[in-house]
Design a protein around this ligand. Structure first.
Ligand SMILES: [Zn+2]
Length: 137
């Protein structure tokens, strides 16, 4: 099953924290995105997730308010999404990653770059840059 939009993702992440009423989910998404989702964006998805066995719905209290929670299978599903996201974040960071031209350590941000012989080189620090420059003679 695919998670096509951010609201759906927020729904399942929200349920990962514990069981919620439909309106609580809506409120949470509104707080996180600044936009209030409509009921038609929330409930059909909850129903579908229930059909797929990821969510269970219970009626609570005298008025039979619907409460949603993740099943064991649903929790596994969310965990796999979490993992997918952390992999995406990791590969995005790695793309921007450069390696110090002197010591070879990884430089994420705030490294030191210097132009040496007309070439822009990245270093982790000034010290590495000057050592490199001396070694180049
Ligand atoms: Zn270095």
């Amino acid at each position: 099953m695919k998670v096509r939009n951010i609201n759906r993702l927020l729904i399942i992440f929200s349920l990962f924290e514990g069981k919620k009423h439909g309106y609580e989910i809506i409120k949470e998404i509104e707080e996180k995105t600044g936009k209030r989702p409509s009921a038609s964006q929330i409930y059909p998805f909850l129903e579908k997730m229930e059909e797929e066995g990821y969510i269970k719905m219970e009626e609570e209290g005298k008025r039979g308010k619907k409460v949603y929670s993740l099943t064991g299978e649903g929790e596994d599903f969310v965990e796999s999404k979490f993992k997918m996201f952390s992999d995406i974040v990791e590969s995005t960071i790695k793309k921007d990653l450069s390696v110090c031209a002197h010591c070879g350590c990884k430089v994420y941000e705030g490294g030191h770059s210097e132009e040496i012989d007309g070439e822009e080189l990245n270093f982790c620090c000034k010290h590495c840059a000057s050592t490199y420059q001396k070694s180049q003679g």
